[in-house]
Each structure stands twice: as C-alpha cells, then as structure tokens.
Ligand binder design. Structure first.
Ligand SMILES: [Fe+2]
Ligand SMILES: [Fe+2]
Length: 356
C-alpha cells in the first residue's frame, strides 16, 4: 500500500481546440482521449499523454469557456513540469518555443535539474525540466530529504546572470521535435502552494507515506521553504513539491489553473485501504468514483487543494484501440443514451496529433 507516483493533472481551459493545438502541435503530446466531464457531461474532458497516456504522463483539461480566469495561490497548484532527457533537449525546446513566439524564461539551474518556463494559451505556468542530475548532488543518496539544503548562492534569483541566461539557447532553429526533446517521460513534478510546510509534510510524508526527498528554499524567493516529496528514490514522475506561503492569497479556480492532481495507487483493493485510512484520519474523502479508465477517490491537502488517488488501470485502450486513441468522442456506458444531445453541445475537435 504505497503511492506509486503521479497519475495525472487536471486543468481548466477556455477553448478545447486551442488546447489541442498547443499540447499536440507545439509540445508533441498525444491526445489520448476525448470524452466529457463525467460530473458535468456538457463539457469536454481531454486527456493528453504519451502513446498510451500511461499514468504519470496524463495531462487533462476540462473545457469551461465561461469560467473566469483563475489565479494561483494557497490551496492550488502553481505549475507543473514535463521531463526532458537532457540539457540539449531543454535548449532545443527553448529555441522551438521562442521561434513559435512564446516567451521563455531560463534555462535556470535548479541544482537538481535544469528548467525552462513558459505559459500555455490559458496562462498555465509550464516548466520543462531535465531528468537529472537528481537529489544526490548535495546529500548522500540514502539520506536525501533529511536535512535542509540551501540553494547554491549563484542560483538564487538576485545572483543570477540574467543576460547570459536570456542569451542561452540552441543555435539552430528546431522546426520539429527531435527524439532527445520528446516529452514522453511525462510529468517531472507538480508544484503547489501551502500555508504551512510542516502541515503539508504531515499529509504527504506522514499520512500518504511519501518520501521527503529535499528540503530547500525557493530559489526565486529564498526566504520561503520549498520541499519535495516522491515515491521510492524520488525519480521524476513521482514528485510533488510545495512552496510555503504563510500569508499567501488563496488560489482561485478558473481557466489557466489546475483543478486537481492525482497520485497513482496500484489497484482497487489498495484504493479502498487508502480510503479507510483517510476516513480514520477524519479527512473528507469521496466514495470510489468510476472514471472508466481508472477508479478515483478524492480528498484535500491541508489547504484544501483537491488531491485524487487513482488506480493505474484499466487505462485508455479500454474503449478504443491504441492506434486511434483520442480521435473520436468516447462516452461512459451510462451517458451513451445521451450521445446525440451531448454531441450537439460540443464543438468537434480537429485532431492535430503530430508525431514528429
Ligand atoms: Fe518546478
Ligand atoms: Fe482526476
């Protein structure tokens, strides 16, 4: 009974087609499922990921055209990161995105990985982060996360050579996504904001049993704590990180913001054990919900952020072949009889899966 890593992140977008164009056409992810929000069947729920949308690679969106613009804050996610193999791949992403007209920050040395930052069309803060060098650069591998580690001075915001960082990019244009750029590794980490890092530790480290893999401070705000939790050795794909903002503004749900994130559990039996454990800890926890492609329970972190525990399977190939995932609207069996009505209310998506 352990948390296996990240399962998916679910965000809110204003325009499904624009989101498809960005995540498939620009970032090269695959649209692996077009369905509707099972709790709000009039709106799209789109899933992007690797070839099969494996747990840890799934980035999903509710389309809420009328929703106000959201705002990050306490009780919400600040950003999420996709993993890239190496630094060359990272620089190629900077060049490709810049040439496409996006504003890109970095590459920044985050000591444990190197990163660039940009925004999706709704303003979601996206990061691409290298898989290495990892947690052992400043602690013994078997003692990671046990002691505070200050950021190296040269990596702190006020000491950075911004002109050099701005000028650092790949020398040639990058019109197609090369194999070393592929974002098939899925999410690297998700970063949320909490008001009390020790309370957050009690939830992820204590109750959920995740391993704290680093205690440092925010490289961009060095007076505030930034802690990381992961599964096992804390490899990318298992990582949740929190900024501590004791007097921060609360997050506002809306477009460009994360609705919730999900951690992976092995199977339905394990999920029920987790449910019991959360109930016994007097936390809010939903009944088991049938999400067709997995089963889910929902609880909240100490600041109210929705945290889901989702089973690994059965996966997105349940109702369409892997070869044609994402090409047609799929509905759960209990909504099939409403298909005509549902389809009338949705603008059909022109899929632009581009597997460069
Ligand atoms: Fe990050
Ligand atoms: Fe979810």
């Amino acid at each position: 009974m352990s948390i296996l890593g990240l399962h998916h992140i679910t965000l809110v977008c204003a325009n499904a087609q624009r989101t498809v164009n960005f995540y498939t056409g620009v970032l090269g992810l695959r649209l692996v499922k077009q369905t509707v929000n099972f709790d709000d069947p009039g709106s799209y729920h789109l899933y992007f990921g690797d070839e099969t949308g494996a747990p840890g690679t799934a980035v999903t969106f509710f389309e809420w055209p009328q929703a106000p613009r959201g705002q990050w804050g306490v009780g919400g996610t600040h950003h999420f990161a996709l993993g890239v193999a190496d630094y060359d791949g990272l620089l190629k992403w900077k060049r490709r995105l810049t040439d496409l007209g996006l504003s890109v920050e970095g590459p920044l040395d985050r000591h444990y990985f190197k990163s660039i930052y940009f925004n999706d069309p709704d303003g979601v803060i996206l990061e691409i982060a290298t898989l290495g060098p990892g947690w052992a650069v400043d602690e013994e591998p078997d003692r990671i996360g046990t002691e505070f580690r200050a950021p190296p001075a040269e990596m702190i915001v006020s000491n950075r050579d911004e002109a050099r960082i701005a000028a650092t990019t790949w020398l040639e244009p990058v019109p197609t996504i090369t194999p070393d750029m592929a974002l098939k590794h899925g999410m690297h980490h998700i970063t949320a904001i909490g008001s009390d890092i020790n309370r957050t530790e009690a939830f992820f480290g204590g109750l959920l049993g995740m391993r704290r893999v680093k205690m440092t401070s925010n490289f961009d705000d060095p007076k505030s704590a930034h802690w990381y939790w992961g599964a096992g050795e804390g490899r990318p794909g298992t990582l949740i990180t929190y900024f501590e903002r004791p007097r921060g503004r609360p997050a506002q749900m809306g477009t460009g913001q994360t609705h919730h994130f999900a951690l992976a559990v092995a199977d339905e039996a394990t999920q029920l054990e987790w449910r019991d454990k959360l109930v016994r800890a007097y936390l809010r926890v939903s009944p088991v919900m049938d999400r067709v492609y997995f089963k889910s329970i929902y609880t909240n972190d100490p600041d109210g952020h929705i945290v889901e525990l989702a089973t690994l399977g059965p996966g997105f190939a349940l109702d369409e072949p892997v070869a044609t995932l994402g090409q047609a609207l799929q509905l759960p069996p209990w909504l099939e009889k409403q298909r005509a009505d549902i389809e009338r209310g949705l603008v059909p998506i022109k899929s632009v899966n581009s597997h460069q």
